[in-house]
Design a protein around this ligand. Structure first.
Ligand code: A3P
Length: 288
């Protein structure tokens, strides 16, 4: 097996197979966000693909032709990766882009632009479990080890890659929440009421869809539909990056799976760290 390598930039680790320091510096300091850009910001394993699918469908009034014919990474490129940036620079506006980056590495040009940001958060215990399983299949990160070991790494900000600590990520992005061009939502809300969420996202984007078009977004962004869509279900992830026999991007798609994995002691430990790190955050989340 090839040796796993990684590099650290501003305290966050990245994979040289996807990222480069040059691209991260360019992105932060020189990349110009345009007023009609839409950027989906998601900590890994919190619904990145789901939100990209929803936004792709909204863009095309619920018509699934685009999501069924163009791979997700080309519809909503991750601009922190080298190939994602190439795609973003060639993307005919209005652009749709994705990122896992914390706010402190995000393009500075955001502060002077009307680009719309949609931030999706997920219960960190489910993020942990999803990351653990995905990490077992990823060849470009060190093996997560046991769940006990990975729990420690996750809580210390060493989960998968490109995003740092879950706590810092959420807290950093929440500082933007009073801006008119920032929309915060959660994986759990999408799950409880996808139709309602699609309506709220459309209002934020200033996009009007009729009832049938919204129905089509909801139907085509369902877990089952996405699982069967090879443009969206992770089938494109190269064998050099992921061992597809060891894990799936579209794993379970449920909330609360952490209850099947964390022991009582691990859960209490998680809660203790959570309380400490989220102290002072004046916001109630669906998992609180
Ligand atoms: P699980 O591993 O818990 O199943 P990301 O896209 O950020 O990598 O997140 C992947 C997680 O989102 C996986 O969680 C995956 O199953 C879930 N997911 C993807 N599409 C979904 C959908 N349409 N509905 C519900 N969950 C979805």
């Amino acid at each position: 097996m090839a040796e796993v390598t990684r590099f650290t930039h501003k305290g966050i680790f990245f994979s040289p197979q996807y990222h480069s320091v040059e691209n991260l510096i360019f992105l932060e300091n020189e990349f110009q966000l345009l007023d009609d850009d839409i950027v989906s910001v998601v900590y890994p394993k919190s619904g990145t693909h789901w939100m990209a699918e929803i936004l792709s469908l909204i863009r095309h009034d619920g018509d699934p032709t685009w999501i069924n014919s163009v791979k997700l990474a080309d519809r909503a490129p991750w601009f922190e990766s080298v190939t994602g940036m190439e795609c973003a620079l060639k993307y005919p506006p209005p652009r749709l882009m994705s990122t896992h980056l914390p706010f402190r590495l995000f393009p500075k040009s955001f502060l002077h632009s009307k680009a719309k940001i949609i931030y999706t958060a997920r219960n960190p215990k489910d993020v942990l479990v999803s990351s653990y399983h995905f990490g077992k299949a990823l060849k470009i990160i060190k093996d997560p080890g046991s769940l006990e070991e990975f729990l420690e790494k996750f809580l210390n900000g060493n989960g998968l890659m490109a995003s740092g600590s879950w706590f810092d990520h959420v807290k950093g992005w929440l500082e933007m929440r009073d801006r008119a061009n920032f929309f915060f939502n959660t994986y759990e809300e999408l799950q409880q009421d996808l139709r309602g969420s699609v309506g709220r996202i459309c209002r934020f984007l200033g996009k009007e869809l009729n009832s049938q078009q919204i129905d089509s977004v909801v139907e085509n962004a369902s877990f089952q539909k996405m699982k069967g869509n090879k443009q969206s279900n992770g089938a494109h992830i190269s064998d050099t990056v992921m061992d597809h026999t060891k894990g799936k991007l579209m794993r379970k798609g449920i909330s609360g799976d952490w209850k099947n994995y964390l022991t009582v002691a691990q859960n209490e430990y998680f809660d203790r760290i959570y309380q400490e790190k989220m102290q002072g955050v004046k916001m109630t989340f669906p998992w609180d």
